[in-house]
Design a binder for this molecule. Structure first.
Ligand code: SF4
Length: 356
């Protein structure tokens, strides 16, 4: 799985299963693939995927496909089906799929606010991010209202059995940094349907927001470091680097006090210049705080300034995920104990496979 995520996948039938994801906030340009009962997101639209040794042959009548490496069959895989809620639209005519999408096999994910103060200038924006692309392409809307989110979440639970929900957001301001719209959204969703929710935002300027988010119905929280070394932060995400790592660490500590050990997590993109040692060192500090460090391989998204940046090698990923998996076990933190969100889903990294 680690190799598949690093190299990507060529598809004999690009239309198989649920539609692949292009653009948007966070990792993208990949498709959900189920291998050995474990659903992972595998790059399919990146340039490295076009040269991948892995190919998924056209699926059979049951939707199962043979995965080959070169010409050698190595596994049977399947693709999660297109969810039924994608066929619906709101009373005001917005397709549900423009409001939230299926991630992995059972996660409903949405970017509540598709604009970001960091993205206003490409000089300051996070160079890996494609939050403006899906909006420009008309595949989503700029702001999902609490009512729209509640309507879609209810349908996705009832029709497709989604198990948890991710609310991420572009950063609207330099104060609450998105916490307020996450609160409004979670409150409306929880009033409509009982589903665990992860909120994701930059650390707000006031730790009181953690209490407000929890009270609004957010069960777990992600605050994403993305990269960790000061020079790499300045180079890769010059705007977001204005919030120092020290603020992330104090916010993590305060958030764990509200959400509990293992219910606060962070995303770390391996392959953008941080050394293995730098990533493992900060992961050790996070584990002491009770934060789940979700280390994922960087996916170079088409149309971003980093589209030609290579994905990390499987060896580099294994050299991080193996010891990190052991450390997670020693800290008694497990993806399966997270109530909602990326760490629980686990589709963007093979980390959970290494958990001991
Ligand atoms: S890990 Fe997060 S971003 Fe990746 S598929 Fe799961 S919910 Fe989506």
């Amino acid at each position: 799985m680690t190799e598949l995520q690093s190299f990507g996948l060529r598809l004999a039938d690009p239309g198989a299963g649920a539609a692949s994801r292009r653009g948007g906030a966070g990792p993208s340009d990949h498709k959900a693939v189920t291998v050995d009962g474990h659903t992972i997101m595998v790059p399919v639209h990146t340039s490295s995927a076009w040269n991948s040794p892995f190919t998924a042959q056209a699926p059979d009548a049951e939707g199962r496909s043979t995965l080959t490496r070169g010409s050698i069959p190595i596994a049977r895989i399947s693709f999660p089906k297109q969810p039924r809620f994608y066929a619906m639209q709101t009373f005001d005519g917005v397709p549900y799929s423009h409001i939230a999408t299926l991630h992995g096999s059972d996660v409903l994910a949405t970017t509540v606010l598709q604009t970001c103060i960091r993205y206003e200038s490409r000089k300051k924006s996070c160079k890996f991010c494609a939050i403006g692309q899906s909006l420009a392409a008309g595949r989503t809307i700029a702001r999902k209202t609490p009512e729209q989110l509640a309507e879609v979440a209810r349908a996705a639970v009832l029709l497709d059995g989604v198990k948890h929900m991710v609310l991420t957001t572009g950063t609207p301001n330099a104060t609450d940094r998105g916490a307020r719209i996450l609160c409004e959204s979670a409150f409306a969703i929880k009033a409509a349907v009982d589903i665990p929710i992860q909120g994701q935002c930059e650390p707000p300027d006031d730790d009181q927001w953690f209490h407000r988010m929890k009270a609004a119905g957010i069960d777990s929280l992600g605050m994403h470091l993305e990269v960790v070394t000061p020079e790499v932060r300045e180079r890769v995400m010059p705007g977001k680097a204005s919030v120092p790592v020290a603020r992330y660490m104090s916010a993590f500590e305060a958030a764990v006090g509200v959400f509990g050990r293992g219910q606060v997590s962070t995303y770390i993109l391996a392959g953008l210049g941080d050394t293995r040692e730098a990533i493992l060192e900060i992961c050790d500090r996070l584990l002491v705080l009770g934060v789940y460090p979700f280390v994922v391989p960087f996916v170079p998204i088409s149309g971003t300034p980093l589209e030609d940046h290579p994905a990390p090698s499987p060896e580099f990923m294994k050299s991080i995920l193996q010891p990190l998996g052991r450390s997670l076990g020693e800290a008694n933190l497990r993806s399966s104990d997270i109530k909602a969100g990326c760490g629980k889903c686990g589709a963007c990294s093979s980390l959970s496979v290494y958990e001991s």
